[in-house]
Design a protein around this ligand. Structure first.
Ligand SMILES: [Zn+2]
Ligand SMILES: [Zn+2]
Length: 276
């Protein structure tokens, strides 16, 4: 199986067993981690973040995520093409994406969706490939990882038309209000909370976190992006997930341990981590 890092079985994380966290969305394959990936993973484990889902954004990064999952015990992979990268997507690519879905430790399909902030790919192509990748995820019985930037209405239109989702899904880096959260929950999806929740001005997200049941929440860094306070502006990494968990605990008026316990159960179930 190649090289492994120390994992939950042979290191006692700072918060102790039972309060381990799962970073459900990180881009471990990105060049930001190239020089010190193992140090990043060691720091994650020392902070109690013992499992990390490395998310694909195109064919190459999906392959790299799978390679990382093969190499490291606590790392899992997703396969998919981000809305930024769909413009050149070919039939041959779809054949390869489907084949990658069957690789070991591939636990979800994504990230896929719509990004109306950057619009790197034309909207018409973003929509076409979102619809098509949603269908592929369903065919492969994988949960969806959905990316939504300033596209709430059209994301929901497409998802609601494609429902039901027996394998579930997650709205990653959630940026909507409580009304939008309720529509997402009605699909049977989970909602993933990023480091943005620690930002002083993120009042709408903080309000949504107060209202969304803890049983529907998972946590993510979205590293190397969106580092939480007190590291805001620097490179994000899985170890910093503890700041997000602390903020969620504060907002919900429960203990850090309770947030860790419940979000870990949620992520294990959603991504079927026990079976991998
Ligand atoms: Zn995203
Ligand atoms: Zn991402």
């Amino acid at each position: 199986m190649g090289k492994t890092i120390r994992n939950a079985e042979n290191i006692l994380p700072v918060y102790g067993q039972g309060t381990l966290l799962i970073d459900t969305h990180c881009h471990l394959d990105m060049s930001a981690y190239e020089a010190d990936c193992e140090a990043v993973l060691e720091r994650a484990i020392a902070a109690g973040v013992t499992r990390i889902i490395s998310v694909g954004i195109d064919l190459a990064s999906s392959r790299l995520a799978i390679a990382l999952a093969k190499k490291y015990i606590g790392v899992y992979a997703t396969v998919g093409v981000h809305p930024h990268n769909v413009a050149e997507l070919s039939e041959a690519d779809y054949t390869q994406l489907q084949a990658l879905c069957r690789q070991p430790k591939v636990v979800a399909y994504g990230e896929i969706g719509l990004d109306y902030v950057k619009n790197y790919a034309p909207v018409v192509l973003q929509k076409e490939h979102f619809v098509r990748q949603v269908a592929l995820a369903k065919k492969m019985h994988l949960p969806l990882v959905v990316h939504d930037r300033e596209a709430h209405a059209e994301i929901m239109e497409i998802l609601e038309a494609a429902a039901p989702f027996p394998a579930g899904g997650v709205m990653h880096c959630f940026s909507g209000d409580i009304a939008f959260a309720r529509r997402v929950l009605a699909l049977g999806f989970h909602i993933s909370i990023p480091g943005v929740v620690t930002f002083a001005k993120a009042e709408m997200l903080q309000e949504a976190v107060r209202e969304i049941p803890l049983s529907s929440l998972v946590l993510e860094t979205d590293g190397p992006f969106l580092a939480p306070v007190p590291q805001r502006g620097r490179r994000n990494e899985p170890a910093l997930l503890i700041h997000i968990a602390r903020k969620v605990a504060e907002l919900k008026g429960v203990s850090f341990e309770e947030v860790a316990r419940q979000t870990t159960i949620n992520a294990e179930r959603l991504f079927g981590l026990e079976g991998h």
